[in-house]
Design a protein around this ligand. Sequence first.
Ligand SMILES: [Zn+2]
Length: 437
Amino acid sequence: MTRPPTATGSESLLIRSARVIDPVSGLDATRDVLIESGQIISIEDAIIADADRVIDASGKVLSPGLIDPHVHLRDPGQTHKEDIASGTAAAVAGGFTTVCCMPNTDPCLDRPEIVEYIRAKTEREGHCRVFSVAAATQGRKGKRLAEIELCDKAGAVGYSDDGDVIESASMMKTVLQTVKTTGKAFMQHCQELTLTKGATMHAGSVAMKLGEKGWPREAEELIIERDIRLNRTIGCRYHIQHMSSGNSVELVARAQADGIPVTAEASPHHLHLTHEAIESHGTLAKMNPPLREQSDLDALREGVADGIITILATDHAPHHSDEKRNPMCDAPFGIIGLESAFSLYHKALVETGHIDLPKLIELMTINPAKLCNLDKCGMGSLAVGGPADLTLIDPDHSWTLGDEHLVGKSVNTPFLGWSLGARPVMTIVGGQIKWEA
Ligand SMILES: [Zn+2]
């Protein structure tokens, strides 16, 4: 059972004249919002009340707190890259009030003690809420089931072996059957291993030119096809992480049309960059799955516009600069993403006319909340009596991503120097202002 968010704030806040957008109720209008003791007390045209702090939000957008269902906080085990304190500081600096952390930690997040460790450490040091996505197999090795039922009781909000695929079809079938009994989702890192051994980047012209081993689209598509086929009769909630191939969008659309419970997420880097970024950014553009071609990028954006991809997730993957300075074959995969995510999604999807701002908010609030069953405790929406998790956004902001905006421990991003627009300017978690620009 997912624990409901606790009310944390004792102070009262009155936010005046914001454009309040709540995709769940369909509200999109200028409103005042009063917050007290960690809860939303009222949402009205005009509120007359005393508050410890009054915020003039005219010209700003007030959204349910942003939720990222896919981050790597590196805690426990690799806290030189990130930890719960630094990762959640990066999260609130990006407007996120909740993040869900992946299980590729050391020790692996595959048992209830580690779920409890993350819960307790977040309570002590966290700037936002953190929920655990626990491993589906022991040590993420794909051989034996992890303690899924016990992790569920401890508060895990989903299951994944992220960082690795579940290679065996037989184990995958068992995982889907077991996770189904929890009512949570299984989230797959889709990578057929025999096609990607030693691969560093997309199998295409740039890999050929640089003499790098390629990671072909088919390696993602084969796993998606296999899993959809297995899940056809099982009906577990199945979620595809960090989708990279344009063909994958078609596979998901077909499965959804057939009524199979499949969802998918896209990441900022796959919505903006192609394999050519490797030539300019080197290992800062080394991702797993890799950056692909313009046609894939276009298909992912279209997939969002068409309602096939319904969730946005950063795959925030902090790495120390020394590790990213290694040669291509030795450098780790992935980039950070929390601090710049909202503006990058806005640039890729809203500024290009693929979706509007209320839709973007839906993809970053209620949809990830539903993926992780967090909607059941009032997260992902704005309702009187619900948790006061809110993000204030300046839709007319204009800024250039610089070192000063990166507050986590790692700085591995190819987006430094990018001109960006709309940006979160205040993050309220449980009624407390945890960050403001
Ligand atoms: Zn992954």
